[in-house]
Design a protein around this ligand. Sequence first.
Ligand code: PNS
Length: 160
Amino acid sequence: MKVIYPGSFDPLTYGHIDIIERCSEQFELITVAVLINNAKVGLFTTQERLDLIRETTKHLKNVRVDSFRGLLIDYAKKIDTNIIIKGLRAVSDFEYEMQMALANKKLYPKLETFFMVSNMKYSFLSSSIVKEVSILGGDVSGFVPKVVEDSLKVKIKGGL
Ligand code: PNS
């Protein structure tokens, strides 16, 4: 079974890595797909996000990392993969994720969304929290791998 794990990954956190590693044990091929969102300026460029994910997941042989623009369903069709993986951290994630899953299903009935319960250790964690803590000078070593932490430091030192 082939799956897509889509997201913004701005930046990748231990919560994302946990989902990717668990997917890697369950599925044949995982495509981590970074959304190219022209409407929203992120902290990291798409290329930087791709590089950080590639570096962090290089030990997983069935993980590939790619970017996409436009609708997720169109990307899913393009790479011939009709299972989407989403992580659920808390009930607060559910409403929005349910809405997206149903909209995607309506647009592309062959598409299935599989929800994975996030590891409890990381249920509080989000890329936004990581950025905020990092920008305000906090220690994010428990939130992201070293390579991401170092990249955050470089961004912040350079005035973002
Ligand atoms: O990490 P995020 O920001 O929660 O990821 C959201 C993402 C990228 C999975 C979602 O915004 C998405 O699929 N965007 C692509 C555009 C699209 O297909 N929108 C319609 C969804 S109903």
